[in-house]
Ligand binder design. Structure first.
Ligand code: HEC
Ligand code: HEC
Length: 214
């Protein structure tokens, strides 16, 4: 694992020495930028994919926004070939990197219990928001404690996509695989509209308060 941690920081793994894994995944998380086959592109452009955080990756197969990598080593092999513009890795490098990535702990700010209930003391809105989260069926695709799902779904964003975890989502910038949503509020509005779930204004902000707890 220590070997993997060092490789993760090593630009020599990229074909032109220009980048390491940690360039795009600082601290094992995400730089919040958008790439098309390793080239930085503006959000919402065709082919744009937001860098995924590697926190808790061990519990959220399959991998990549289109779910095309069944295992972490499969995803890393793609990273080395495409995002790093390198060649085929040695099997030892691949194993070491995978051991490191699989050791990165899940994002957990300690504010919710494993079943999704807010830890006390929580605001009244966040507690009500947990009920709205279940009523609005968010939990069908984003079940606690990972708030992600092993299948891909079409929620009106141009095809079927992996379900991103909602842990830490309020800390992020633009949302969606291609950055189509400016912020959490816009993402929630468009997802609710597509799912034809109608909430009162109060319920909407309770739901938002809950998602912000995650
Ligand atoms: C140029 C930026 C960039 C570099 C360098 C990079 N990644 Fe990524 N990584 C991404 C992007 C973008 C995605 C999402 C791509 C997609 O889904 O199509 C991603 C996805 C992943 C995933 C899948 C995560 C999930 O939950 O589905 C893993 C694992 C991963 N990267 C590991 C690595 C490792 C290990 C390295 C170094 C060998 C690396 N990455 C280098 C940008 C990068
Ligand atoms: C049918 C499955 C499904 C349901 C139900 C669902 N989602 Fe999602 N959610 C997804 C998928 C798939 C994506 C990724 C779409 C994309 O990136 O194009 C997503 C993305 C998101 C994002 C953006 C996260 C990010 O990192 O970019 C947020 C926020 C979100 N959902 C919140 C909710 C809320 C709140 C509800 C309940 C109102 C909900 N979702 C219901 C499948 C679902």
């Amino acid at each position: 694992m220590q070997r993997g941690a060092l490789l993760f920081l090593d630009p020599a793994l990229s074909g032109d020495g220009s980048r390491s894994c940690s360039t795009c995944h600082p601290g094992g998380a995400s730089d919040q930028l958008f790439y098309d086959a390793g080239t930085e592109v503006p959000p919402t452009s065709a082919g744009a994919r937001r860098t995924l955080s590697l926190r808790g990756a061990w519990q959220t197969p399959p991998y990549l926004w289109d779910g095309s990598a069944a295992t972490v080593p499969d995803a890393i092999a793609r990273m080395l070939r495409v995002e790093m513009r390198g060649g085929d890795p040695s099997s030892l490098d691949l194993k070491s990197l995978a051991a490191f990535v699989l050791s990165i702990p899940a994002y957990d700010n300690g504010r919710i219990q494993p079943e999704g209930e807010p830890v006390e003391p929580a605001t009244l809105s966040a507690r009500r928001g947990f009920a709205v989260f279940q009523q609005a069926k968010c939990a069908v695709c984003h079940p606690p404690p990972t708030y992600t799902h092993r299948f891909q779904f079409d929620i009106g964003t141009g095809g079927k996509w992996s379900v991103p975890t909602l842990r830490g989502v309020s800390q992020l910038g633009r949302l969606g695989h291609d950055g189509r949503w400016a912020d959490l509020e816009q993402a929630m509005q468009e997802i609710l509209a597509h799912r034809e779930v109608e909430l009162t204004n109060a319920e909407f902000y309770q739901l938002k308060a809950y998602v912000e707890l995650l």
